[in-house]
Design a protein around this ligand. Structure first.
Ligand code: ADP
Ligand code: MG
Length: 298
């Protein structure tokens, strides 16, 4: 897969704080790439560095496989902080101002970006009448001026209600379908799991892992089983083997298997042959959330 951005050994300190510690990652072209981590893990610092807003102490990055030439910046749209729109002006007039100041795109581009974020019908409504979700989508419209190949969004669903979050998710999906590479920083893991193809997980400035979502986060399956006699069931499962981890969780047993190897029918049959009737047999794919907490816990 073609690489759109490579980050090589980037470190950044703010006085005594290490915001980024030797971070390296590769972002494939066309991916929806989530930079995940709790607050203070260095996501915004990383985004600022790759946008040339902030200077790294050491390390390099490379967009589009070229050296960082000025004209490449035009291919990158970004939304790091909520822009200051004028409350008393309409959506389209706000965009006109952004367009004029940034020099990105053209007047002809305005309707196009408004349509992309599903605000064309509301283009003449005052910004002050917009919901939070609509305001955020207008901010994304502004970032889309000039038809960038890459879009960087820092915490795009922050403060939104579930409907607003779903709208942003749909928007990211449609941008990705148009071939735009989308890079999202977020601490909202559950949401990101639903729309990212790739993830990098940061903890206190250290990159814990990165790669395709299904490799990084869903490399295990968890099967939950229970029976009246839990001790007997446990012995039986230990005898059966084939798992990577087995533990008691309250009144059930959780068994971890490498992805694709959990066979519920075989487990049921094995226990049945040993005279055990299962009360519960359930395959629960490991959620991003639980994996994330496992990775970021001290
Ligand atoms: P995130 O976006 O993941 O919440 P940040 O990149 O904003 O993380 O911050 C990473 C670390 O750097 C945090 O400990 C934060 O307090 C610190 N930090 C960020 N910006 C500054 C700054 N301008 N001056 C000093 N420390 C900062
Ligand atoms: Mg941040």
């Amino acid at each position: 897969m073609e690489t759109i951005l490579s980050v090589n050994n980037i470190s950044k300190h703010y006085k005594t704080i290490t915001a980024l510690n030797n971070v390296s990652l590769t972002i494939p072209k066309g991916s929806v790439f989530g930079i995940l981590g709790p607050n203070g893990s260095g996501k915004t610092t990383l985004m600022s560095i790759i946008l040339d807003i902030l200077k790294a102490d050491s390390g390099t990055y490379n967009w589009f496989g070229n050296s960082n030439q000025a004209h490449e910046r035009k291919k990158i749209g970004s939304l790091l902080e909520t822009p200051n729109f004028y409350h008393y002006l309409s959506a389209v007039n706000n965009l006109k101002i952004t367009q004029a100041i940034s020099g990105r795109g053209s007047i002809e581009n305005l309707n196009e970006v408004l349509s992309t974020v599903n605000l064309l019908e509301r283009k003449n409504s005052k910004f002050s009448t917009f919901s939070l979700g609509m305001k955020q989508r207008l901010a994304i419209a502004a970032a889309l001026l000039g038809n960038p190949e890459v879009l960087l969004l820092d915490e795009p669903t922050n403060g939104l209600d579930p409907v607003g979050i779903a709208e942003i998710r749909n928007l990211i999906h449609s941008l990705s379908n148009k071939g735009i590479t989308v890079i999202i920083a977020s601490h909202l893991l559950d949401e990101v799991e639903k729309f990212c193809s790739h993830v990098a997980i940061l903890k206190k400035g250290v990159l814990l892992t990165s790669g395709p979502v299904n490799e990084v986060l869903l490399n295990e399956e968890i099967v939950q089983v229970s029976a009246t006699n839990l001790a007997q069931l446990k012995n039986c499962l230990v005898e059966m083997g084939g798992y990577t981890l087995l533990k008691e969780e309250g009144d059930l047993i959780q068994i971890h298997f490498p992805i694709g190897t959990a066979n519920l029918e075989a487990i049921n049959q094995y226990c049945f042959n040993k005279g055990i009737t299962l009360q519960l047999l359930f395959n629960k794919r490991k959620s991003l959330e639980s994996k994330f907490f496992e990775l970021t816990n001290d």
